[in-house]
Design a protein around this ligand. Structure first.
Ligand SMILES: Cc1cc2nc3c(=O)[nH]c(=O)nc-3n(C[C@H](O)[C@H](O)[C@H](O)COP(=O)(O)O)c2cc1C
Length: 318
């Protein structure tokens, strides 16, 4: 099974990818969190830096664009082509209210004629191959056959299906029945995404969909960075590996020039996921979240790694 690391804004940036790749090289591919270009295709310097080949050595990386205007998409794609990328991913899945209100992300699924006009232009003029990461609908996954019929008009490099509608955010049960129909109908390579957190989850998918060859992992792989290794038959995450992973991520953040409070804020986002592996450690977790000085943060996390119960099989559970 080809296993890719999902794009996760605020989490799987360049520093995270470098450390993850170094310590857990089993992921087959990474998708970068979205860049959001302006009408001329320009995007933030920090996003550009995160995509520079020098900052992603040895990593098979696909950049992602969040845009609903062809000029914005094509302008950004031009820059990505200059950086040496051969594929770009379109975000048709982001469920955030402000994004959807602008008819971007999952908001692109609201009006299929507009979506088709956008795809006509970008597939005609884009210098890169285009893959699409999509929700199965805006208000219902029942919308997907009509959405898929639009995608089928184009030479889509890969269709990554997050098997929920936008309303389901990250909580609803993935619609496996709807995905089965999509898998049957889809003529381009298709990748499943949504709630694969354990070997059991992957085995169940593979048993239900023998033709499925590609799966994307998000939250499960953040909570348990060894998940790719585990799913490929390797050993479970060790406490000392997570200590090292955490330490290297913190050092990366500081080396990027982030002030300690911002570096800690970034790490605290990760603790939302890592904390699942430390059952019964609420008190020490509180000290981690409350730390304002780097030294307090280091002390609290060291206490967790030294003393807390660690259970890597718990992982993320939705
Ligand atoms: C914090 C966070 C940030 C995300 N950022 C992005 C993003 O930049 N682009 C995107 O296509 N999906 C994004 N996603 C969605 C994930 O890529 C993925 O589709 C989703 O988490 C479902 O997969 P999972 O159940 O394996 O986590 C994000 C999800 C989360 C929780």
């Amino acid at each position: 099974m080809f296993l890719s690391f999902a794009p996760m804004e605020g989490i799987t940036g360049a520093g995270f990818r470098r450390v993850h790749r170094r310590m857990f090289p089993e992921a087959d591919q990474y998708y970068a969190p979205f860049i959001a270009p302006d009408a001329g295709g320009r995007f933030k310097q920090s996003h550009l830096r995160a995509l520079l080949p020098d900052n992603n050595r040895g990593i098979s990386l696909v950049p992602q664009i969040l845009a609903n205007s062809a000029s914005a998409f094509l302008g950004a794609a031009e820059t990505l082509a200059e950086l040496g990328y051969t594929e770009v991913n379109l975000n048709a899945g982001c469920p955030s209210g402000t994004v959807v209100a602008k008819h971007k992300g999952a908001g692109m699924l609201a009006d299929l004629d507009t979506l088709a006009a956008f795809l006509d232009e970008v597939f005609d003029r884009c210098p890169l191959e285009i893959s699409i990461k999509t929700r199965m609908g805006l208000n219902s996954t029942d919308e997907f056959p009509r959405i898929l019929a639009i995608y089928q008009r184009y030479p889509v490099k890969e269709l990554i299906v997050h098997a929920r509608d936008r309303v389901g955010m990250y909580r609803s049960e993935p619609d496996l029945g709807g995905f089965a129909e999509a898998l049957r109908a889809c003529r381009c390579p298709i990748c499943y995404n949504g709630n694969v957190f354990t070997g059991h989850d992957l085995d169940a998918l593979a048993a239900r969909f023998p033709a499925l060859q590609r799966v994307m992992l998000g939250r499960g792989a953040v909570a348990n960075p060894a998940l790719f290794r585990q799913l490929k038959g390797g050993r479970a995450l060790q406490r000392e590996e997570l200590r090292e992973f955490h330490g290297q991520l913190l050092e990366e953040a500081l080396a990027e020039g982030l002030a300690p409070q911002y570096a800690m804020a970034r790490m605290k986002e990760l603790w939302f996921y890592f904390s699942r592996l430390f059952p019964g450690s609420e008190k020490t977790m509180k000290a981690v979240y409350k730390a304002r000085e780097l030294s307090d943060y280091r002390d609290a996390t060291a206490r967790l790694f030294d003393e807390a119960i660690f259970d890597s099989l718990r992982g993320f559970d939705g």
